[in-house]
Design a binder for this molecule. Structure first.
Ligand code: HEC
Length: 185
């Protein structure tokens, strides 16, 4: 395992294992889908509701890609379609969902988003780049290995990665942002 313990607190390792065992895989998908038992979010309105809906859509795309990269013969077209949805809802499209101080109940957003806007922006942009990367890497055969956490965040590095490794790096971007900027993890 090539994981540095200081990056992503082993989440990549967790995800790698999650992809391989059905029980843990169910946990991963529940985490990504944010499917808690109670859905307090039904009462969200306005921009908070919009960004929650957009985030749920991202979870759906991640689920779709997870299903493909776990399968013995992943379908590159299905991966591309889901990756396009990731790309198009990340970056600026994600950032407009977080106007300064939009903390209306029942938001789980942390106020420090706007104190650390630069880093928040970097993570939203990274997700867009990884979405684009997944389109380019859609036909790359999965390796079953953990991604190198020091992979440069550049399109040309993403494009040559085994598709499952790039998927795991992408999931790490979701969890890195949630860890710092979302109240529930
Ligand atoms: C740049 C930061 C950032 C990135 C990247 C990000 N998220 Fe989020 N996400 C948030 C924040 C902040 C919230 C809480 C929003 C709120 O409650 O107002 C959230 C909430 C969610 C929710 C809960 C939605 C709800 O109904 O309450 C899900 C599901 C989710 N994200 C999935 C994902 C997935 C999957 C990815 C990666 C493909 C991702 N997010 C990437 C910041 C991010």
């Amino acid at each position: 395992m090539t994981h540095k313990p200081n990056t992503g607190t082993g989440f990549g390792f967790f995800l790698t294992r999650a992809l391989k065992t059905p029980a843990a895989s169910a946990i991963l998908l529940a985490v990504l889908a944010g499917t808690g038992p109670a859905n307090a979010h039904d009462k969200a309105t306005g921009v908070v509701k919009q960004r929650m809906d957009a985030m749920k859509m991202l979870a759906g795309s991640m689920k779709a890609i997870a299903g493909q990269v776990k399968s013995p013969s992943p379908d590159p077209d299905a991966i591309s379609v889901a990756a396009r949805a990731l790309r198009d809802h990340a970056g600026d499209a994600m950032l407009v969902g977080f106007p300064e101080g939009s903390l209306q109940d029942p938001t789980e957003a942390r106020p420090k988003i706007w104190k650390e806007w630069e880093r928040f922006t970097e993570l939203a942009d990274r997700l867009a780049l990884q979405g684009q990367g997944l389109i380019l890497a859609a036909a790359n055969p999965p390796s079953g290995a953990a991604p190198d956490p020091s992979t440069p965040h550049k399109l040309e590095s993403y494009a040559t990665l085994p598709v499952d490794e790039l998927f795991l790096l992408t999931a790490k971007t979701c969890s890195a942002c949630h860890q710092d900027y979302r109240i529930k993890n």
